[in-house]
Design a protein around this ligand. Structure first.
Ligand code: GPK
Length: 824
């Protein structure tokens, strides 16, 4: 940086100049006067004002990126669940107080404007949110990096409830304007599909010509990714599909106007909507189109725009790591091979040698059904050249396996990238593992199980490829912004260094024994509950149980996560009260908060939502329980709501069957905001418990080996149903129609039957242990002072879960890229 360049936003870093900029935006960009401006006008003007302040640094970062040609992390992800942008941008640019003061001076309530913002829901859940936390940390750690993804015109659906049933509505997030993106149609790149291949004339040995039969344009939309007050503004580049003119011109010339418009729609469908399946891919052709679309555009962009012309691609491994966020972008592997061989004229071995050094793969699951598999019929139709390349990669790989394990044909079949049954199909996780120079899981237990179970053959063959990077969350958004009360208290105690160095939270540890500190901590928790109550009242007339315990289970609705186990607990308490087994005044006042979207085609998950709502309706309507028990299930849980809910929570429910949740990241957010966890020995819960201490964590249930053993020995849920009277009473109460107006059919029958007959994730086996742990929760909560001590210790000991630490681990273990300080 040259000496005359001002630090971030310093150019006009005053309330007066901010006000001037804001009014100018309002007048000249929105075209309205202040007294005529709508909240949306004011929001857009504010967003653009903030954007201006970051712009110089963005341009500078881009310039440096080009001149330095430093090693760059290119994070390829089909999802970036960004959450609202305004506050985070103001915070990063150090404009938060100036903006607030400026608007106050104009008589504008900045809180109101925040309420106008529609978050870009370009992700399903944990995986997409992780990508958003990671780009935040990459920027804050000064790592040259680019995020690449898809600009879906419709994000994850807006969930509504009609008679307690989930009804999905389109998420038209762009309808009121999108001030955080800058489109560059002039930089659009072509992406090809379909057709066939033939022998290339000339070119390298093995090169083929691909004659695609259709293509679309990928238009880049750039988003700023500001580091926290460090002068770096990285880029997130999301691609939007646009029909090419050539495409429809031909049809126009044939005189078919309607067909031409239809063709255009077809092309633009590619980035129309995010697939709402989390951990359960459906193998749809459009989904593969999306994947290739963004990956091809991103590789092209990097090779031609980020690298200088004539850059020697032999050097690529020193210049970039393409991090594959799950299997969604794995088609990048044959795409790079195709570019190197067919377009650049390299021979196969040289191309494969480089390809194997530039991709690394993150796996996010332990469920075999979550691993993407593409039928070769479909793949060959859409990407014929890529299928040929995959076959060749596989041929060589299979030879390698045979050489390493002579005679072990079963192993060859297990490991093959191409599966033969039930249909011939490409296993994308195998392709990623073969091509990637590293494969990582997302929590210690997950990485261990990946290497011992899901990808065991590969880990035996290449043990050094496998590593762990435990997930993390950004403390900027999930503590500093979402919990201003707690942030203030922490900063008062230890200064504000924790915001970028979360290990400093350990300095709070002695304060856990300071009664005054605990009192203030409790006060903040209560006012966060008041804030939550306000939001829930507005959002759907939802009431909390006074200022009682806030017990939260928020995550996608999935059987393995076991919302049904949580429901059995609630029903058991209610049944106990109704039957007189549990004296009402012994029950801890508490609100059970749920937040969960179900994939639209996932019937069991939708039935579970229906049943939770039915139980909630019954309990909430029972006047004798007022102030004592409530079930709060706000529709459409998203990042915006998470930021209000998590700071208010006392208890964090992390109750998946051990060995099924890869990591979890909500669990980290709750601990960092001073909620205690009730959880199984699963995913990152294991690491949380180790750090916060057993006495500050409510562990229950089978561990992974026990669960695996029970499964192997033949699990019979009916035995648990028959032998545990409380469990039986709870299940029978559901079956009786007590929550469904006497209706014993529908969701009631199918959930009852499923739990008592199959119960794939063994909720019944863990029920008793879960109830016991809940009893310990109640006992512990009765001593508020001791509880807050544990809560403070949870905060003090969870610094490890910063995504800054995750990114440092990725740098050390995988990327080997170096931070570059923009101010140096
Ligand atoms: C895992 F496989 C998938 C998926 O399709 N979507 C998704 O959100 C989650 N995940 C895991 O379920 C979580 O345990 C994990 O914390 C998160 O990815 C981020 O790694």
């Amino acid at each position: 940086m040259n000496e005359n360049t001002p630090p971030v936003a310093a150019r006009e870093h005053t309330v007066e100049s901010f006000t001037r900029e804001f009014l100018r935006e309002l007048n000249f960009s929105q075209g309205v006067d202040l007294d005529r401006a709508s909240d949306n006008d004011k929001y857009l003007a504010l967003a653009k004002t903030v954007r201006h302040y970051l712009m110089t640094r963005w341009l500078e970062t881009l310039r440096n990126q080009y001149t330095d040609q430093a090693k760059t992390v290119a994070y390829l992800s089909a999802e970036f669940l960004l959450g609202p942008q305004l506050e985070n941008s103001m915070l990063a640019a150090n404009l938060d107080s100036i903006a607030a003061e400026s608007l106050r001076g104009l008589g504008i309530d900045i809180e109101e404007l925040r309420g106008v913002e529609i978050e870009p829901g370009l992700g399903n859940g944990g995986l997409g949110r992780l990508a958003a936390c990671f780009i935040d940390s990459l920027a804050t750690l000064n790592v040259p990096s680019i995020g690449y993804g898809i600009r879906y015109e419709y994000g994850i659906f807006r969930q509504t409830f009609v008679d307690g049933k989930q009804v999905e509505k389109p998420d038209d997030w762009l309808r009121l304007g999108s001030p955080w993106e800058i489109a560059h149609p002039e930089n659009a790149v072509e992406v090809h599909f379909g057709g066939h291949t033939k022998k290339a004339h000339g070119g390298a040995e093995g090169a083929r010509a691909w004659l695609p039969d259709w293509h679309v344009m990928a238009v880049p939309y750039n988003y700023m990714v500001p580091g926290y007050r460090n002068g770096r503004v990285n880029t997130l580049r999301l691609w939007s599909a646009k029909a090419t003119r050539a495409f429809d011109l031909q049809i126009f010339n044939e005189g078919d106007y309607e067909e031409a418009v239809r063709a255009q729609t077809f092309a633009e469908n590619i980035s129309k909507v995010i697939y709402p399946e989390d951990s359960t891919p459906q193998g749809k052709e459009l989904r593969l189109q999306q994947q290739y679309f963004f990956v091809a555009a991103s590789l092209r962009d990097f090779l031609t725009n980020v690298l200088p012309p004539d850059y020697p691609l032999e050097n690529l491994p020193n210049r970039v790591t393409w991090q594959l966020n799950d299997t969604h972008p794995v088609i990048a592997v044959p795409e790079l091979m195709r570019i190197l061989i067919d377009e650049r004229g390299w021979d196969w071995d040289k191309a494969w040698g480089i390809t194997q050094q530039v991709f690394a793969y993150t796996c996010h699951t332990l469920l075999p059904e979550a691993l993407e598999v593409w039928p070769t019929d479909l793949l060959g139709k859409l990407l014929p050249r890529h299928l040929e390349i995959i076959y060749q990669i596989n041929d060589e790989f299979v030879d390698q396996v045979r050489a390493a394990y002579p005679g072990d044909e079963l192993r060859v079949r297990r490991m093959s990238i191409v599966a033969e049954h039930p249909v011939r199909a490409v296993r994308m996780a195998h392709l990623a593992t073969v091509a990637g120079f590293k494969v990582n899981g997302v929590a210690a237990l997950h990485s261990k199980l990946l290497a011992e179970k899901l990808l065991v053959d590969f880990a035996q063959m290449w043990p050094e490829k496998f590593t762990n990077v435990t997930n993390g969350i950004t403390p900027r958004r999930f503590v500093r912004l979402s919990n201003p009360g707690l942030s203030g208290l922490i900063t008062e105690a230890i200064g504000d260094g924790w915001i970028t160095d979360l290990d400093q939270l350990s300095r709070l540890e002695p304060l856990a024994d300071d009664a005054e500190f605990r009192r203030r901590f409790r006060e903040i928790k209560s006012s966060n509950k008041v804030r939550l109550a306000g939001v829930l009242a507005k959002r759907g007339d939802i009431e909390l149980a006074g200022d009682g315990m806030v017990d939260a289970m928020v995550k996608r609705l999935h059987e393995y996560k076991r919302q049904s186990l949580k429901l059995l607990h609630i029903v058991s308490v209610y049944e106990g009260i109704c039957s007189g087994r549990i004296p009402l005044d012994s029950v801890t006042p508490r609100t059970f908060v749920f937040g969960a979207k179900a994939a639209p085609g996932y019937v069991r998950a939708k039935e579970t939502i229906e049943l939770i709502n039915a139980v909630g309706r019954t309990i909430n309507a029972d006047a004798s329980l007022k102030g004592r028990l409530k079930v709060a299930f706000p529709a459409n849980y998203n990042v915006t709501l998470a930021e209000v809910l998590i700071p208010a929570a006392d208890l964090s429910e992390q109750i998946s069957l051990a060995g099924k949740e890869a990591s979890g990241t909500g669990n980290m957010k709750f601990a960092l905001n001073g909620a205690l966890t009730i959880g199984t020995d699963d995913g990152a819960n294991v690491e949380i418990r180790k750090l916060v201490g057993d006495e500050n964590f409510f562990l229950f249930g089978m561990d992974e080996p026990a669960a695996a053993a029970l499964q192997a020995s033949g699990y019979h849920p009916d035995e648990f149903y028959e032998s545990d009277a409380d469990l039986k009473a709870a299940l029978d109460m559901i079956a009786s129609g007590a929550f469904t107006g006497g209706d014993q059919g529908g969701a009631v029958t199918s959930i009852f039957a499923d739990l008592t007959e199959h119960d794939r994730f063994m909720a019944l086996a863990d029920f008793r242990s879960y109830l016991d742990a809940q009893a310990k929760v109640e006992a512990a909560y009765a001593d508020q002072d001791a509880w807050s001590r544990s809560a403070v210790l949870n905060v003090a000991r969870s610094g490890f879960f910063s995504s800054d630490r995750s990114i440092r681990d990725y740098l050390d273990r995988i990327w080997k890229a170096k931070p570059i300080d923009q101010n140096a």
